[in-house]
Design a protein around this ligand. Structure first.
Ligand code: NAG
Ligand code: NAG
Ligand code: NAG
Ligand code: NAG
Ligand code: ZN
Length: 500
């Protein structure tokens, strides 16, 4: 309730944008809950050093950013760079748009893969930059990442691994309008990282109020099945993971079901970074979102809850808008982190495919882990699943699908990825009813009937033997159908897959 009131008052205030404000902090910028009146729009940050004491007038602030922006790509230049990249690197990329900003700027995405745009039994990862208009470092780094992958494909093992085994989708700028105006929110002054449906509060449930940028992300996730993702922000140096909010709006560690895996992912980023893990403020350079400061309507938690996509919020630069001359250094600091995070989808966790035992058809089943209250779905076309998990632990993996008997298996996950395929039996399993339709047993049955007509009563022993032989042949054929489906992709040095 309080949040709704706050939101309304914010909306009202945004129409009367005052000339004085503090810098909003990166992920959020909590509004102090007892603030009232129109005098001072304070985005009061709880993160100490981010909260600049000094107040700038709006004009001074924008003027300063305009000067700094000279070294950054404009929206038109970004579009040009994306298209140039695609021309230069057309064999392993494609460019598409997921929608438009409020002011009609296309939200361009680069997909990098050895088969861009094609469905494959591979994990998909997404990077999103510039969610906040005044945090432009991410959009620059993402273009550098795309170009690095193009230049190093078939030369650097990580580039080759990613291009060959992952579909990497890169959205350099979710908020081109905010970038243009040097402001945090979009052209309607809405913070896009507060515009998603929230698990605790209903402030964003009104579809009519949702921003086009938010809608574009939400429908993107309906089309593409992402395993994991990261959004790039600025204003701090830390890898932030779910939950971002608490039920009571208070600030404390609020673990999501996959807390351990998220800490593993966040640490992977932090430890590969030049100095994120040396942070004095955040032990190990990582933080639970709600422990840092709770936010509501964020993109990160929504990805995990509604799409099973493991998303991190990466604060990659203390200075939100550093001098452009620092971009090459920031790229060097973050390069291995970005690559290792994407590569972790292939190098760690479990993956596999799920089939029905009757005709070997792929099943878009659910995969869960005993003791972890979250499920992920297998892909619709190939029934492939990819699940990140902390290495070096024992897990019980459960595959379930309505109409089929669930199956589970215990695994010991090492440092490398494990492949676990499942073959599920139908529940109603009146096997004889199911036999005729696809494996061409119907033709056998017709022949059986002809045999019965040919061989009256006294030859019934022969008849039974013939039928048994036919049924056995039928059984062999079905097995072959299934085994043909179960030809997993082989990755270097990987153990033989487990079939359950
Ligand atoms: C209002 O904010 C002030 C400081 O800004 C704080 O001391 C006070 O406790 C707050 N009151 C409430 C009701 O939150
Ligand atoms: C950015 O840095 C360059 C050289 O390092 C300097 O010449 C330039 O004035 C700086 N720009 C701003 C806006 O501070
Ligand atoms: C990381 O390195 C940068 C540049 O050398 C420095 O400004 C920053 O304070 C360092 N941060 C930490 C946490 O060590
Ligand atoms: C699992 O999570 C759901 C929400 O995603 C919740 O409704 C349910 O109570 C949880 N179950 C357990 C056993 O914690
Ligand atoms: Zn941000």
């Amino acid at each position: 309730m309080k949040l709704i009131v706050l939101n309304l008052s914010l909306l009202f205030l945004s129409l009367h944008l005052s000339s004085v404000f503090h810098f909003a902090i990166a992920k959020g910028g909590l509004i102090s809950s007892n603030f009232s009146g129109l005098g001072d729009i304070s985005y009061v940050g709880s993160a100490r050093h981010l909260f600049e004491e000094k107040k700038f007038s709006m004009q001074e602030h924008i003027k300063r950013l305009n000067k700094l922006a000279e070294g950054y790509m404009s929206n038109a230049e970004l579009e040009k760079a994306i298209k140039e990249f695609n021309r230069r690197c057309s064999s392993i990329s494609r460019v598409y748009s997921i929608g438009e900003s409020v002011l009609g700027v296309p939200l361009w995405v680069i997909e990098i893969s050895d088969k861009p745009g094609k469905e494959e039994p591979e994990p998909a990862f997404k990077f999103i930059g510039n969610v906040h208009g005044d945090e432009p470092v991410g959009r620059e780094l993402l273009l550098l990442l795309a170009n690095w992958l193009c230049d190093n494909y078939m030369q650097h093992p990580l580039a080759t691994l990613i291009v060959n085994n992952v579909h990497l989708h890169i959205l350099p700028s979710l908020n081109p309008d905010g970038f243009q105006s040097r402001l945090r929110g979009n052209a309607k002054n809405v913070d896009l990282n507060r515009d998603f449906p929230d698990q605790f509060f209903h402030m964003n449930d009104d579809l009519g109020m949702r921003q086009p940028e938010t809608k574009a992300i939400m429908s993107w996730l309906e089309k593409i099945h992402f395993t994991a993702s990261a959004t790039l922000h600025g204003g701090a140096l830390v890898a932030n993971y779910p939950w971002d909010g608490t039920t009571d709006e208070k600030k404390y560690y609020y673990a999501c079901p996959d807390d351990k895996t998220f800490r593993f992912m966040a640490s992977l980023y932090s430890n590969s970074h030049h100095n994120m893990s040396l942070s004095k403020e955040f032990p190990g350079g990582i933080t639970n979102g709600a422990k840092w400061y709770p936010i509501y309507g964020g993109m990160q938690d929504w990805n995990y809850i509604y799409a099973g996509c493991f998303e991190l919020t990466l604060e990659i630069s203390d200075d939100k808008w550093p001098n452009a001359s620092e971009i090459p250094v920031l790229w060097e600091f973050n390069r291995m982190s970005m690559l290792n995070l994407v590569a972790s989808l292939v190098k760690t966790g479990i993956q596999g495919r799920i089939f029905s035992s009757d005709y070997g058809s792929p099943l878009a089943a659910s995969i869960s882990i005993k003791g972890i209250n979250s499920t992920i779905k297998a892909g619709k076309v190939f029934a492939d699943y990819h699940r990140l998990l902390t290495p070096g632990e024992k897990y019980e993996v459960v595959a379930s699908m309505p109409g089929y008997k669930s199956k589970s298996t215990r695994i010991m996950l090492g440092e490398e990825a494990s492949t676990v395929d499942f073959i599920l039996d139908p529940v109603v399993a009146a096997r004889d009813d199911l036999l005729p339709s696809r494996c061409d047993c119907s033709s056998f049955e017709k022949r059986e009937q002809k045999l019965i007509e040919l061989l009256p009563g006294q030859h019934s022993e022969i008849l039974i033997i013939v039928i048994l032989i036919l049924l056995f042949l039928c059984f062999l054929m079905k097995r072959r159908v299934i085994l043909n489906y179960l030809r997993p992709k082989q990755m270097a040095g990987q153990k033989r897959p487990l079939v359950v």
